[in-house]
Ligand binder design. Sequence first.
Ligand SMILES: *Cc1c(COP(=O)(O)O)cnc(C)c1O
Length: 368
Amino acid sequence: MPKAQETVLEINLNALHHNFEHLKSKLQPPTKFLAVVKAYAYGSDACEIANYLQDLEVDYFAVAYINEGMVLRKAGITKPILVLHPQTVNFKQLIEHCLEPSLYSFKILKEFMEVASADELSNYPVHIKFNTGLNRLGFDEKAVDDIVLKLKTSEAIKAKSIFSHLAASEDLGEKAFTKNQIERFKTIANNFTKAIGYKPILHMCNTSGILNYPEAHFDMVRSGIGLYGFGNSEKENQNLQPIGTLKTVISQIHQIKNGESVGYNRGFKSNTTIKTATLPIGHADGIGRQYGNGKGYVTINNLKAPIIGNVCMDMIMVDITHIDCNEGDEVIVFGKNPTAETIADTANTISYELITSISQRVKRVFLK
Ligand SMILES: *Cc1c(COP(=O)(O)O)cnc(C)c1O
C-alpha cells in the first residue's frame, strides 16, 4: 500500500474474508449467517462490504433503519435485508425495496399490517422481536398468543423469523443472566411455533454470543463487530483482524517554546521546549474532544505521539518531541497496532463507538 497523503480509512477486504471464515467456523454447517451492516458497516462502507459478503454467500443482512436498506438495494444487494428498527413513516419505501421489518410491539405490528393489507401483499416476511432481558425493544414473552392470533387474521404478512438480543454476551461475569435469556427465548420459540403451526427461523446471538454461547446459535446468528475484526476480549481478538486502518499525515511541525501554548483556549501550555505536529483530522472526522489533552495518541514511526490541547474540528496537534519525523510523513491513528479498541480505551469508550464515528468525509480506500 502506498503511504497515505491525506486522511484515509484503509479497508482490508482480505481481513473481512478472514473474520467471516473464522466466525463461520464456530457454527454448525446449517446455521445461517446474518451480517450486520448498519451504520455504514460500522463506519467502513456498507455497500462495498455488503457486496463483498454477498459474494461470500452470507444468508442475510441487517441494518438499523429503512434508508440504510434502500442504499444497499440501490448498490445491488439482492439477499434479504432485515431492518432492525424501522419507522412507520417509511413503511412504503420499505415495501418498495423488499426490506423486511423487525416488529417489536403491538403498535408497530398493527401499523405494518394495515399498510401491508392496503397494498394487498401476501405473506410479506416480517421478523418478530422478543424482549428477554435487554429491555430495549421487543414484545413481552406473555404476548405470544396474542401476536399469533393477530398474525392469523391476515394473509398479508408472515413471521419469517422470531428473535431476541443478548444484553451481556461479552461479559462472562453475567453468564447466569445470559443463560436465563436463552432459556426464555427457547420457551417463547416453542410456544410461538406451536401456536402458529410452522417453524420460523430462530436467532439470538450477536458476535460475542457466537463466540461464547454455541448452544444459542439456533438457526441463524447475527454478526457485526466480529466481521470488522473485534471479538470483545483479548483472547478472541487474536483470531480476528481489524479491517480498518485510519491513517493521516503531518501537515506542519512547530517548535513550541517554554511558556507558549497550543490550540484553542490555550488547552496545552508548555513548560519546556517541545516539537508538535499538526494533523488534518479532527472531531468532524470522528476523533472526539475526549481524546484531547493527553488522553489519546497517534503513532508515528512506531512511536506514540500524544494528542495535546483541545481537538479542533479539522485538526489535532500531537507531541513529537521524541520522534524523528518530517512534514508529509504518514501517521497511524488506529489499525492492527494499536487497534481501535486500544485507542477507544484511552477515552473510556469502546471500539464500536470509535469506528462508527469516522465521518463520511474521510476517504475510504479498499485493499483486496
Ligand atoms: C447491532 C446488532 C447486532 C450486532 O452486534 P455485534 O455485537 O456487533 O455483533 C446484532 N443484533 C442486533 C439486534 C443488533 O442491534
